[in-house]
Every structure is written in C-alpha cells, then in structure tokens.
Design a protein around this ligand. Structure first.
Ligand SMILES: Cc1ncc(COP(=O)(O)O)c(C=O)c1O
Length: 285
C-alpha cells in the first residue's frame, strides 16, 4: 500500500512517526474516511467539512486546504489501484518532543492518509440475497463528545470487541435512560410500520455521512417517512427492521439483536428500498 505522510507518498513499510507524536501518546487528533469506487468518491466534501469542524473544535488548524485534500484523495486512490477503497485521513496535533498535556504553540500537525479495502456495492440491492448482520447491545460507556470524530477510539474499540468476541458484527449502544445512541462504528436506524426513525444528532453520536445520505435520499424519494428523534431500546427490540450505516456498509441490514430475530429475522423490504435510493443518490452529495 502507498500511504501519505507529511507531504510525501511512500510504501506503508517506510512510514515513520515519532513515539512523541500526540496522536500516539494521547489519541490527540481527528480522522475521517470516505468511500471511493473506481476513483469516484462519495460525499468527500461532507467528510472534509466534518473533519474541519472536528479540528476546529479541538483547536488544531487544518494543515491542508480542501483542494489539497481532494487532490490527496485522487492521488492515493490512483496509487493504490483505484478500486473499492476507503480513503482514510488523519491529523494529529503533532510532535513536540515531550509528553505534556497542554497544547504546544508552534508544533506542526502530523498528516497521514491511507486506503482501506471495502466491499463493492451492488447497483441493484436484493434483500433475498443480502446477508444480514448480527449485533449485540450494551450501555454506551464512552465520553460526552461522541459527535467529534476523534482518533482516541478506545471506548469504541472496547465496545466493538464485545460483539467481535461473541462472533457478531457490531455493538449497538444505549444511554443510561435506555435510549439508543449509535453503534461502535456506525449509526443506527429502526423501521416500524413502514416509518423509519433514527436518533437525532447531539453529543451522543457521530453525525454520520451515510446517515445523512440515507435520510436525505429517502426524503427526496418521498415514499417513506423518516423521523430524527429519541429512539428507545424497547422500540429497537420491537422494530420490524434495524439498520446500521457507515461509509463502508452504507446501509447494513440487521437480522439478529442479542440472539433474538429482528422482525421476521429476514432482510426487510424497507432496507431494499432505502439502499436502492441511496445507491442512486450517493454521488450527488
Ligand atoms: C462511532 C461511529 N458512528 C457512526 C459512524 C458512521 O459514520 P459515516 O457514515 O460518516 O461513515 C462511524 C464511522 O466510522 C463511527 O465510527
């Protein structure tokens, strides 16, 4: 794999980062990842806007312009065969040469980018051939700024491990009031009686770009109502369909929650509709 580090492209094995980098010491940084198919990115500008917002909120000046990030995405995709790739961007607060919590004043951020293989998406989603996902649920024990796409992912890693260790696909989470937040690396939707619902944006969840595309493409289609509101775990357990969204899965249908079938235990018709409108609209964002 060819990666990008601080202005240079190089084979991944040649990349070197100081152990004093605050990304390494503290997870002090912001990242984002955008899907790219055959060199065509999905909603790259929305990912860059979110990264910009995250950097601003933790006081790191974005070291590259949007134009430079766009160029980097194109070049990385070309240098890595340009097929089904997640393009991963990462900016840390840099290396001050010591371990000290306070922000350094004249340290350059570290910029790293790489690619991640992702699955292709069928142009025509088919629920009869789509494999559903199996998830577990747990109380969300992360911090209160989950809207920031921080590189400090220990909370998410520990939550993901709960499902991974149980040979399941993802962990969905709820707050102390029993309200759905998100999953360890995705947002969550439910469908009940033909109406789609997902938690509204706040500090408890990442403003997922796939979440945004799913909501907006369904609203533009107009045949299915979408609500952004508090969703309780009781509602999740009684839902006809549950989906998780992120940039590699887009919309992933969930067929099992905590060992019980979701709805009839099969991939649902509303998922098929949502994925169809998503696929048709994804390059328009
Ligand atoms: C915690 C969390 N929530 C939600 C998402 C989905 O975000 P997106 O749709 O922008 O990939 C991710 C993606 O990595 C995530 O890590």
């Amino acid at each position: 794999m060819i990666i990008y580090l601080n202005g240079e492209y190089m084979p991944a094995e040649q990349a070197r980062i100081s152990p004093f980098d605050r990304g390494f010491l503290f997870g002090d940084g912001i990242y984002d990842a955008t899907p790219s198919y055959g060199g065509k990115t999905v909603a790259l500008q929305l990912h860059l806007d979110r990264m910009n917002g995250g950097l601003k909120s933790i006081g790191i000046e974005n070291p590259l312009t949007d134009e430079q990030w766009h160029g980097l995405a194109t070049k990385l995709s070309e240098k890595n065969g340009g097929q089904n790739l997640g393009i991963y961007f990462h900016v840390s607060r840099g290396n001050e040469g010591r371990r000290f919590h306070g922000f350094p004043t004249d340290t350059k951020p570290t910029v790293f980018a790489m690619v991640i293989d992702i699955d292709p998406h069928p142009a025509v989603p088919d629920r009869t051939t789509k494999t559903g996902l199996r998830v577990v649920s747990t109380e969300d024990l992360r911090w209160r700024r989950c809207n920031i796409k921080s590189t400090a992912l220990l909370g998410n890693v520990l939550h993901f491990q709960e499902s991974y260790a149980a040979q399941k696909d993802e962990t969905i989470m709820y707050n102390a009031r029993g309200e759905l937040t998100e999953a360890s690396s995705s947002n969550v939707f439910i469908v009940k009686d033909g109406i789609v619902a997902t938690p509204m944006l706040d500090h408890q969840l990442l403003p997922g770009i796939s979440r945004h595309i799913a909501i907006e493409s369904l609203r533009a289609d107009g045949s299915i109502q979408v609500e952004e509101r508090v969703v309780t775990m009781d509602e999740v357990r009684q839902a006809d369909e549950v989906w998780i969204t992120n940039s590699s899965k887009h919309i992933g249908p969930v067929v099992e929650l905590d060992g019980e079938p979701v709805g009839d235990g099969l991939v649902g018709p509303v998922w098929e509709k949502a994925m169809t409108v998503y696929e048709a609209a994804k390059y328009n964002f």
